[in-house]
Design a protein around this ligand. Structure first.
Ligand code: ADP
Length: 397
């Protein structure tokens, strides 16, 4: 059965929180993910809680979980505790034992200062040793918002203080020149290497700036392999916490090339709520799993619509992608509404405006995007802790 969400919750009912009630009843326990002896636990404490108090509580929780696991004879590999504020942002994280690269790390200390994560299963080669987490974003088919989610995830992670790169791996239909507003910029090359564009707090590279605009991009298998590999290896990325790769839609040569040449932390699958979209997304998730790439989670894009009256309208079957994720035993990273400003900001190449809250629904769009990034951070940390142990079954609340 292994270390499970229920076991962790049971253990935390024996630890008192600041409210005087136990951490589960008092509501401080926000989220648990557990698998293969690893568990990641999120706690929300009052804003004035200081670091020593958080460390002490983490130690008490650690003891309680290990005692409960010992009682039921479940092995424990590592436990990680994240303390989050009311917006879901991590303020402090600890746990995982003395070798945990994230031990005692705060949001102001980027991940690249920590040790590299253990290798992922799909590749022994690693073309990007200075990147902590390589995360691919895929979708079963085009038009579901894969590039939009890639861009906004990258911007949201950068806004949290991470060093983030964004690679337009959609070599058949690159969207990043438009979505990042690169049209007027020139690709710079130094010492035969591509220098990524420094825009919106990110480092970005796209094949769209290396080919003639408006010309169809037709690649045969080996050419696609070569084009993708060159974008990866001939770009001066420097040290990154996250590299987000926007893949072409569907299944094909590029994911295969990627799996062969990179150690990925995992992949994100973007899906819209409709049943027909889910079927394609299931195929994409299966493709990643067949390549030995862990699926870190599913994003439901265009989940619902916020009207000018500020009400939420379910027009495409809200929750469909979340149910699909549950069915496949995959984490659900969150839902993003249909928002006309999001479309307009993509067309005008101004993704940071999606975070200013000045659109229909106020802060609901920025909140939904920030939540995606927070959940992805947790899933990436959990996957790196597992260090590529094969085919996990996650339980998540
Ligand atoms: P894909 O990469 O899956 O082909 P895109 O990210 O290019 O899809 O999105 C397709 C179109 O839908 C773009 O015009 C984009 O601006 C728009 N779009 C994507 N997500 C949303 C959303 N949540 N709300 C409004 N428009 C969206």
């Amino acid at each position: 059965m292994g270390l499970s969400k229920d076991l962790v919750k049971r253990a935390l009912t024996t630890v008192d929180g600041p409210s005087g009630l136990d951490l589960v009843t008092g509501g401080e326990l926000q989220w648990v993910a557990a698998c293969d002896g690893f568990a990641s636990i999120k706690l929300n404490l009052p804003d004035d809680t200081d670091r020593p108090a958080m460390m002490q509580l983490a130690a008490e929780c650690d003891r309680a979980i290990r005692n409960e696991a010992a009682r039921t004879k479940e092995p424990v590999e590592a436990l990680r505790f994240q303390f989050v504020d009311h917006g879901g942002n991590t303020v402090f994280s600890t746990g995982g034992g003395p070798d945990d690269p994230e031990q005692g790390r705060t949001e102001s200390q980027p991940a690249q200062q920590a040790a590299s994560p253990p290798p992922s299963p799909q590749s022994q080669a690693n073309a990007l040793p200075n990147v902590t987490h390589v995360i691919a974003v895929g979708a079963g088919k085009g038009g579901v918002g894969k590039s939009t989610i890639s861009v906004n995830l990258a911007v949201a992670l950068a806004r949290k203080g991470h060093a983030v790169g964004l690679l337009d791996g959609d070599i058949y239909g690159p969207s990043l020149p438009t979505m990042l507003g690169l049209d007027a910029l020139e690709q710079s090359v130094i010492d035969n290497k591509l220098v990524p564009y420094a825009v919106h707090g990110l480092k970005a590279i796209t094949i769209g700036k290396l080919v003639e605009p408006d010309k169809p991009l037709i690649w045969r298998g080996p050419m696609a392999h070569g084009a993708f590999n060159q974008l990866i290896t001939r770009t001066t990325w420097g040290d990154l916490d996250y590299l987000i790769i926007d893949l072409p839609p569907g299944t094909g040569d590029v994911p295969l090339t990627m799996a062969q040449s990179l150690q990925l932390t995992g992949a994100v699958v973007v899906c819209t709520p409709q049943k027909v979209a889910q079927d394609d997304a299931v195929r994409a998730a299966r493709m990643f799993q067949q390549l030995g790439i862990e699926v870190l989670g599913v994003v439901e894009n265009m989940s619902y619509f916020i009207g000018d009256d500020e009400k939420e309208y379910d027009i495409v079957g809200r929750g469909g992608a979340e149910m699909m994720a549950q069915r496949l035993g995959l984490p659900f990273l969150g839902a993003v509404p249909i928002n006309t400003a999001l479309r307009a900001n993509s067309d005008s190449g101004e993704p940071t405006r999606n975070f200013d809250g000045g659109t229909a629904g106020g802060d609901r769009l920025p909140k939904s995007l920030e939540k995606l990034a927070t959940n992805l951070e947790s899933q990436a940390a959990l996957a790196a802790m597992r260090g590529g142990s094969s085919k996990p079954t996650l339980t998540i609340s």
